[in-house]
Write a protein that binds this ligand. Structure first.
Ligand code: HEM
Length: 326
């Protein structure tokens, strides 16, 4: 059900006129913000696809270490919670800005305060998941060969989980939490693939996955609900800027995941086609299919205005004069 009630354009943003064309100036005076009740579908599809691809990758790698089925699941869960936390924290620290150039500070402040309250609630849940993930690492058998890394990963994940439960609204908490997530990603990459270029490729693969998955979580669980509560033009512009910063990161993550994935997969090209078409080899082509689906989602999302229920956040051009909606 779409909320078509007209929002009178009282919150006209104090964007410096110099930045806007005559056409845009004309449009601002009649801006109207429409808010859809339903949460767009495509971002949830992207979140699920990234999760499935990570599961495929973790199973493939875990089988290489001779892990049992329960260990595969527990290890994947630990990596997945780490990725949720890492990307979520980067949105909070880097894409969200308390002050947006040219936008009314009070209106931006109102949106940010709602977003941070919501982020604290979501971070608490992610924090608990990370603590469960920390416990999961205790059951991953090959960790026992490197006790130092095992306990570094355990202690860092407990620290990360605790900081997230404290809440990410304060930068003084969010920043050390993000650093811990970074330490964990690097440790995990080195543990699995070594200290040479293989390790570097794995760390890049995991970093791209983390920025994408955690960012997708923030968009669905924080940006959309808080955007709905502030259906005014300034909040739309501020929300659109945050989403655009995330999109630039996805423009990095997508090719990075593909290139690092292909490099890691190239090791197995010596194996016959039958290996690629049977388990576990088939996990790699399946991941390639997942990434193709994600490219389609990434392209169609803005096309169908699916990145946000608040009109204008997905594409500023959608802020339209009342005449058009009559
Ligand atoms: C959104 C897409 C993707 C995500 C989220 C993702 C995530 C992951 C994760 C979490 C791992 C496990 C790392 C570990 O267990 O330490 C992994 C491993 C792997 N990924 Fe991906 N991946 C994606 C796409 C791809 C693509 C497109 C390819 C191939 C072209 C690829 C090839 C690999 C390979 C070969 C491994 C295993 C490396 C090894 O153990 O030797 N990935 N991936």
């Amino acid at each position: 059900m779409t909320d078509t009630r007209e929002k009178p354009a009282e919150n006209i943003p104090t964007i410096s006129a110099a930045k806007l064309s005559t056409k845009e100036l004309g449009r601002i005076s009649n801006l109207q913000v429409i808010v859809k009740e339903e949460t767009p579908f495509l971002p949830k599809v992207a979140f699920t696809l990234i999760t499935l691809a990570s599961l495929g990758g973790a199973i493939f790698t875990g089988l290489g270490f001779g892990l049992t089925a329960p260990e595969l699941g527990l290890r994947w869960f630990a990596i997945w919670t780490l990725a949720l936390a890492g990307g979520f924290l980067i949105w909070r620290l880097c894409y969200l800005r308390e002050v947006e150039a040219g936008l009314d500070a009070e209106a931006v402040g109102a949106l940010v305060s709602t977003a941070l309250k919501r982020a604290d609630q979501v971070a608490r849940i992610v924090g608990i998941l990370v603590l469960v993930g920390a416990a999961c690492t205790l059951f991953v058998s090959y960790f026992n060969f490197v006790p130092f890394i095992k306990y570094l990963v355990l202690a860092s994940m407990i620290g990360l989980g605790a900081l997230l439960i404290f809440g990410v609204s304060r930068r003084s908490i969010a920043l050390p939490a993000a650093i811990l997530a970074g330490v964990l990603l690097v440790s995990w990459g080195i543990l699995d693939a070594g200290l040479d270029w293989n390790g570097a490729i794995r760390i890049l693969h995991l970093t791209a996955f983390t920025l994408w998955l955690g960012g997708a979580l923030w968009n669905i669980a924080v940006a959309m609900p808080s955007g709905r509560q502030h259906p005014d033009v300034t909040a739309v512009l501020a929300g659109a800027r945050q989403l655009d910063r995330f999109r630039w990161v996805v423009r990095f993550s997508l090719p990075t995941i593909i290139i690092t994935g292909l490099i890691m997969a190239s090791v197995f090209t010596v194996l016959p086609m039958s290996w690629w078409l049977t388990f576990p080899g088939i996990l790699i082509p399946l991941k390639v299919l997942t990434i193709v689906a994600l490219v389609v989602v990434f392209i169609t999302c803005p096309l169908f205005r699916q990145c946000s229920p608040v009109q204008g956040v997905c594409n500023i051009e959608d802020l339209q004069s009342p005449a058009k909606t009559a």
